[in-house]
Design a protein around this ligand. Structure first.
Ligand SMILES: Cc1cc2nc3c(=O)[nH]c(=O)nc-3n(C[C@H](O)[C@H](O)[C@H](O)COP(=O)(O)OP(=O)(O)OC[C@H]3O[C@@H](n4cnc5c(N)ncnc54)[C@H](O)[C@@H]3O)c2cc1C
Length: 296
C-alpha cells in the first residue's frame, strides 16, 4: 500500500492507561510488537510513512507519574512525558540549565513542542536529537522502568546507534535526572539547521565549571556528526584544569573537529559539518565560559 504523512494505513491496537504498572505489564507482554506513544510527533509520522509497524500502541501521556519538573538539593528531575513546551517555559531551567533551555527553544514549532515530550526525543534516539547534547554535557542519568524494577542509565551509555538506544523493549523511560548546577557553572547550546526550527545539520552543547580563571570541569557534546550524539573527549581534556583564553578555545575547537565523524546526508555535507563544528564550538565555549563568570 502506498503511504504518505496523511494516512495511517496499517491496523494496530490502541492501549491507554493512567497507571504506569499497567503500562509495564503491557510492555512485558507485547515486547517488540508494542510501541510507546507520547506526543506522537515522531512515531505517528513514521507509522504513516510505513517505516514502523507496531501491533500495539501504548499511550503514556496521561500518566501523572511521568509528568513533572522537580528540583531538589542534588538534581533537576524531569518526568519523561513532560512536554518540550513545559521544559522551555520553566524559569529555573532557563536560569540554571541554559543549554537545555536553548536546545528546546531551537526545536520545531510551538505546536510540535506542545505535543512532543523530552522522553520521546530520547526514545527516538536520533543522532540529531536536540536534547541529547545538553543532557550529555550535564551528565544526565536516564531512569528506565520495567516489571523487573528501575535501572539507571548514564546518558553516555544510552545512545548505541542511529535510532537505537540501550532500552529494552520491556522498558520505558520514566525520568531524566540532571545533577544540580551552581553559580560557577555555565552552559550553552548552538545549532545550525536549514531553516529556523529544523532538525539540526549540526548542534553542540558545552558545560563548564570555573574557579577563578581556571576551567575545572569541561563537557562538550555534538549531535548530527556521528551515528549517535557524542562527547568530544579530546577537546574537553585540552580545556580541563587550564586557564581559559581565546587561544586555548581555538585549539580545543580544532581538536573537536578532528574527533567528530560526520557524513554527507540530505541536510548537509561532511565537509560543511567539519568546518562549522569549529566555529560553533568556539562560540559555544565563549558563551558558556562567560556565563560561568569567566573573562576572555
Ligand atoms: C515538524 C517537526 C519538527 C521537528 N523538529 C525537531 C527538532 O528541531 N529537533 C528534534 O530533536 N526533534 C524534532 N522533531 C522530532 C520530535 O518532535 C521530537 O523528537 C519529540 O521530542 C518527540 O517526542 P514525542 O513525545 O512526540 O515522541 P513520540 O513520537 O511519541 O515517540 C518517539 C519515539 O520514542 C518512543 N518513546 C516515547 N516516549 C517514550 C518513553 N517515555 N520511554 C521510552 N520510549 C519512548 C516512542 O515509542 C517512539 O519510538 C520534529 C518533529 C516534527 C514533526
Amino acid at each position: 500500500m502506498e503511504t504518505n504523512t496523511k494516512i495511517l494505513a496499517a491496523e494496530f491496537q490502541y492501549l491507554e492507561s493512567e497507571n504506569l504498572d499497567q503500562v509495564l505489564n503491557w510492555l512485558a507482554e507485547y515486547g517488540d510488537k508494542a510501541k510507546i506513544l507520547a506526543g506522537g510527533t515522531d512515531l505517528v509520522v513514521k507509522m504513516k510513512l510505513g517505516s514502523v509497524h507496531p501491533e500495539y500502541i501504548i499511550y503514556v501521556k496521561k500518566i501523572a507519574a511521568l509528568n513533572y519538573i522537580n528540583f531538589d538539593d542534588c538534581s533537576l528531575k524531569i518526568g519523561a512525558a513532560t512536554t518540550l513546551s513545559q521544559v522551555e517555559r520553566n524559569e529555573e531551567i532557563k536560569r540554571s540549565y541554559s543549554a537545555l533551555y536553548e536546545a528546546v527553544r531551537s526545536m520545531a514549532a510551538v505546536a510540535v513542542k506542545n505535543m512532543g515530550t523530552i522522553g520521546g526525543n530520547l526514545g527516538n534516539a536520533s543522532p540529531a536529537a536536540d536534547t541529547a547534547p545538553p543532557l550529555l554535557v550535564y551528565d544526565a542519568v536516564i531512569k528506565a522502568a520495567s516489571k523487573e524494577g528501575i535501572r539507571e542509565i548514564p546518558i553516555t551509555e544510552y545512545f548505541v546507534g542511529p535510532g537505537k538506544s540501550a532500552l529494552a523493549s520491556s522498558e520505558i523511560i520514566t525520568e531524566i535526572n540532571i545533577p544540580k548546577t551552581d553559580a560557577s557553572t555555565g552552559s550553552s547550546f548552538l545549532k545550525l539547521g536549514r531553516v529556523a526550527a529544523d532538525i539540526a545539520k549540526i548542534n553542540v552543547a558545552v558545560c563548564l565549571k570555573r574557579e577563578g580563571q581556571r576551567c575545572t570541569t569541561c563537557r562538550i557534546a555534538f549531535g548530527s556528526v556521528a551515528p549517535t550524539p557524542i562527547r568530544a573527549w579530546e577537546a574537553e581534556r585540552i580545556l580541563e584544569g587550564k586557564e581559559i583564553n581565546d587561544e586555548l578555545i581555538v585549539q580545543a575547537a580544532k581538536a573537536a573537529s578532528a574527533e567528530i565523524r560526520p557524513i554527507t546526508d540530505n541536510r548537509s555535507t561532511r565537509e560543511y559539518r567539519l568546518k562549522v563544528s569549529r566555529v560553533i564550538l568556539e562560540e559555544a565555549l565563549r558563551a558558556a565560559w562567560q556565563r560561568a563568570g569567566g573573562e576572555l
